[in-house]
Every structure is written in structure tokens, then in C-alpha cells.
Design a protein around this ligand. Structure first.
Ligand code: G
Ligand code: G
Ligand code: MN
Ligand code: NA
Length: 255
């Protein structure tokens, strides 16, 4: 209960911040997108990770206003980069949605307003959802995904491989991107089973015309293997840790 009051105050007083982690093209190492990752600069407890407050926000309902803030701030920040940095012209921004936010009836209107108010192209926003969020109510989920896609935003399945989506469902899902969970990437340079698994997911992505993104790349060896497998893009400490908004133009100019 205390965290709810704190969180409402935190939203009012703008205590939440977004960090941005680069998503790179695995062939060229160019940054194509950044994933927005929320933190709470708590007045007493310091910088809190989403693991310390997202579940509570889901439970007490504040995830909807918090998620709306994340969405609006990420879109507004992309607009700032686009105004200030010529190299940001094609940059995309990824925003994570939570389960309750995905089920919220006002989501599509919130997304439309965030894009419209920021004045960014709809195609420069990618929404990340997890398999488990989709599987709870597949018919309703497909409807929401269609409505979001009709706005022109792109959709990614996050943490792919850790949930329980059947191939039959995957085929029906109107999504654009599969993000391969980092548990499969961890040993992809040393474990033949993981190579086979990632290879199969990339082939699946190609068959369904979805882009593939590998998460959690920390070593050159993992990068090289993923490139060889044909994975399109990647994200991880090797390419960049989550950093503040001011760190992003440097990622674009580095090329
Ligand atoms: O950034 P970090 O690795 O600490 O993120 C931890 C978890 O929190 C990840 O699963 C990530 O997807 C999730 N997360 C980060 N930012 C957001 C956000 O803005 N909204 C939601 N729903 N989840 C987020
Ligand atoms: O669930 P989601 O994929 O959105 O989670 C993103 C989380 O993964 C963020 O909290 C981010 O800090 C973390 N992350 C990003 N890159 C790496 C990495 O290379 N290694 C590890 N261990 N975590 C990472
Ligand atoms: Mn994510
Ligand atoms: Na993920």
C-alpha cells in the first residue's frame, strides 16, 4: 500500500527515468533502434530496477499510468533526437508493455496519442510483448495486435522461447520481430544444442518473414556465431549497456 502512494507521488514528481539500450544490425554493428528501460529514482531508496516495482504496479493498477508515461516519454525523446541529430533520422524506439497494460481497453488510443503528440512516424515505434501475455487470451490478443498494427507501429515478441506459444499461434500473430531470449544466447558460442535452437528460431523467423533479434550478447564469440546463423540484429552489453538519453546520439555518430 505504501508503494502505491509512493508511486503515485513518484509519477507526479517525475521520479521515473528511462534508460536506452542500443539494438544493432549484426552485420554492420549500426544502431538501428534503442530499447527504453524504466528506472525509478526513489527519494529514499535510490535507483530502483523494474524488478523492484513493475510487479507491484501491475498488482495495484498503477502500471497503466506508469506505462503511459513510459510510452509518451520514449516517443517524445525519439522526437528530440530526430530534431537534434541528423543521424537519428531512421532510429527506432522499443517500448516494453506489461500484461495488464496490454489488456487495458485504452491502450490503442494511448499509443495513437503518444505517437501523434510526439509527431514521430508510427513505424519508428516498436512495442514489445511477451508470449505469456498473448497466450492468456489469444483471440483478444490478436485483435489488439491488429489494432496496434493498423496504427503503423511495429510489434515484437520479447523473451521468445521462454513462454509457451505454439507454432500454430505464432503463424497467426500479426507481429514483425522475434527477440530471442538471452538464455539461448548465453552459451551459443560453446553449446551445440543452443546453436541448433537459435538456428531453428532464426529459420522460423525467416519462414514467417519476421526479423530476428538476439538478446544478451556479451562476447565477440556469441556475436560471430549469431551472425553466422543469420540472426538479423542483436542487443547486449557487448554493444552497449542501457544509458541515459544523452548517450544515444554518440551511438549513432560512432559509425
Ligand atoms: O532494464 P532491466 O534489465 O533491469 O529490465 C528488467 C525487466 O523489466 C525486463 O524484463 C524488462 O523488459 C522490464 N522492463 C523494463 N522497462 C520496462 C517498462 O517500461 N515497462 C515494462 N512493462 N517492463 C519494463
Ligand atoms: O525482458 P527484456 O528483454 O525486456 O529485458 C531487458 C533486460 O535485459 C534489461 O534489464 C537489460 O538491462 C538486460 N540486459 C541487456 N543486455 C544484457 C546483457 O548483455 N546481459 C545481461 N545479463 N542482461 C542484459
Ligand atoms: Mn524487452
Ligand atoms: Na527480453
Amino acid at each position: 500500500a505504501q508503494q502505491r502512494v509512493d508511486m503515485e507521488l513518484g509519477l507526479e514528481q517525475e521520479q521515473f527515468v528511462l534508460l536506452y539500450q542500443p539494438v544493432v544490425d549484426l552485420a554492420t554493428q549500426r544502431t538501428t533502434a534503442v530499447e527504453a528501460l524504466v528506472r525509478w529514482q526513489h527519494p529514499e531508496d535510490g535507483l530502483l530496477s523494474p524488478y523492484q516495482f513493475i510487479a507491484t504496479a501491475e498488482a495495484n493498477g498503477l502500471i497503466v499510468p506508469l506505462g503511459r508515461w513510459v510510452l509518451r516519454e520514449a516517443c517524445a525523446q525519439l522526437a528530440r533526437w530526430r530534431r537534434e541529430t541528423p543521424a537519428a533520422a531512421g532510429l527506432k524506439v522499443n517500448v516494453n508493455l506489461s500484461a495488464r497494460q496490454f489488456q487495458y481497453a485504452g491502450l490503442v488510443a494511448d499509443v495513437a496519442a503518444a505517437i501523434g503528440d510526439a509527431g514521430i512516424p508510427a513505424g519508428s515505434l516498436t512495442l514489445e510483448i511477451t508470449e505469456s501475455m498473448l497466450m492468456e487470451d489469444i483471440t483478444g490478443a490478436i485483435e489488439t495486435l491488429r489494432a496496434l498494427r493498423a496504427l503503423g507501429v511495429r510489434l515484437a515478441i520479447d523473451d521468445f522461447g521462454t513462454g509457451y506459444s505454439s507454432l500454430n499461434y505464432l503463424k497467426q500473430l500479426p507481429v514483425d520481430i522475434i527477440k530471442i531470449d538471452r538464455t539461448f544466447v548465453e552459451q551459443v558460442d560453446t553449446d551445440a544444442d543452443d546453436v541448433a535452437l537459435v538456428d531453428a528460431v532464426v529459420a522460423l523467423g525467416q519462414a514467417l518473414r519476421l526479423q530476428t533479434v538476439a538478446e544478451g550478447i556479451e562476447t565477440e564469440g556469441q556475436w560471430m556465431m549469431l551472425r553466422q546463423i543469420g540472426c538479423d540484429q542483436g542487443q547486449g552489453y557487448l554493444f552497449g549497456r542501457p544509458g541515459d538519453a544523452a548517450s544515444v546520439p554518440g551511438l549513432l555518430i560512432r559509425e
